[in-house]
Design a binder for this molecule. Structure first.
Ligand code: ASP
Length: 370
């Protein structure tokens, strides 16, 4: 006993020292420092127990500054984010699927002209509205997407129909619209998507493009987004990630793309692995940002893969991948929920419209950095 007592003492000391070593992730000061060096912000609900379900949404990231926002506009965005997330929350609370929660929550934002998705979609260079969307089921890894549609009222419904009612993963343009019609989805005249505000944004971007003609490669430089409401640039895509009571994850994303896009340009939103990814083994992610960079960085899948293969937290995985986007020259953000119900909203822009709700019914809404 005399011999093993010092040994036990040593083991106890080693273990208690281990606990005293601060985990940088648990220390708010360290967090702030890390944020400054990477200019990426994190929001999450800290829980020690495992939530039964969780839902998180975004309505786009960008140069969203309080000084440029009127109290009325801010209230309108917050009210719509709350209305949308409560729809998904009720579905999850009543034992519904994460896929239903994601679809119905996104429908609310698609039907609002506040966001660049469905009604309120941005204009292409040719003054049309071409919409993209995708959805993924984390349980089966089944996925559906649509690109470049002009008459489908709710593109996320089309993405879901592609996933559930076709043998394909992605349909585009006229073919996607024919499929939507056959599925009985609501079709609208293309003028349904026209909003004066978005047309004004296109005109401003085109004016800037004309001024820069001959000085820069305008065709690539002026794929842009200008939002008169916030007097600045933003990406207004909408997205949702959810965990249901059965432990199933799902994510979806819907967008009008980027103002002044040309030649049938398709962004990251309908690309499985870039704009959307869900896997019950790791997390569900929806992205918003400069699509070209989000495709190249394979943002949504990369976050999931880092968690699965490297066993790192959702928060750290999101940070790493957004840093990669930034290093490439892109910006934007993500919302995600992991298989344990931890939610992360992370972005490398000045703001991102976002909201979370947990199984306790606690609602958190954010727009700016804090
Ligand atoms: N990611 C979208 C795109 O590039 C834009 C956005 O997030 O608003 O099409």
């Amino acid at each position: 006993m005399k011999k093993i007592f010092p040994l036990i003492l040593c083991i106890l000391i080693v273990f208690s020292c281990g606990e005293l070593v601060p985990n940088p992730d648990d220390n708010p000061e360290n967090m702030k420092r890390a944020d400054k060096s990477t200019s990426v912000r994190i929001d999450r609900l800290n829980r020690t127990d495992t939530p039964e379900f969780a839902i998180i949404i975004h309505g786009g990231a960008g140069t969203i500054l309080k000084k440029n926002m009127t109290p009325e506009k801010e209230a309108a965005y917050k009210a719509k984010l709350e209305e949308a997330i409560r729809v998904g929350y009720e579905i999850l609370k009543n034992g519904g699927s994460s896929l239903d929660a994601v679809t119905k929550t996104i429908n609310v934002m698609e039907d609002s002209p506040l966001f660049n998705a469905g009604k309120g979609a941005v204009f292409t260079n040719a003054e049309t509205n071409e919409l993209d969307a995708s959805i993924m089921d984390g349980k089966t890894l089944n996925a559906g997407a649509s690109a470049g549609t002009t008459i489908v009222k709710n593109p996320i419904d089309l993405a879901r129909a592609v996933m559930e009612k076709s043998k394909h993963v992605m349909l585009s343009g006229k073919g996607a619209e024919t499929f939507a019609e056959k599925q009985g989805l609501t079709l609208v005249d293309p003028s349904y998507f026209h909003t004066d505000k978005r047309l004004e944004s296109l005109k401003r971007v085109k004016e800037r493009e004309a001024k820069a003609a001959g000085k820069v490669d305008t065709e690539s430089a002026y794929l842009d987004f200008y939002d008169a409401d916030i007097k600045n640039a933003k990406f207004g895509t909408v997205g949702c990630a959810a965990l249901d009571k059965n432990g199933n994850l799902a994510a979806g994303t819907s967008t009008g793309g980027m103002t002044n896009k040309r030649y049938g340009r398709v962004g990251d939103a309908p690309i499985i692995g870039s704009g959307t990814y869900a896997n019950n083994a790791s997390c569900a992610v929806s992205s918003t940002g400069w699509g070209e960079y989000f495709i190249r960085a394979q943002v949504a899948h990369d976050i999931s893969a880092l968690m699965e293969y490297k066993n790192i937290s959702l928060k750290d995985a999101a940070r790493q991948v957004l840093n990669k986007v930034k290093a490439l020259g892109g910006d934007g953000g993500i919302v995600a929920v992991d298989k344990d119900g931890n939610m992360v909203a992370d972005f490398n822009t000045a703001g991102m419209y976002r909201a979370t709700m947990n199984d306790k019914g606690e609602l958190s809404i954010g727009i700016y950095e804090q």
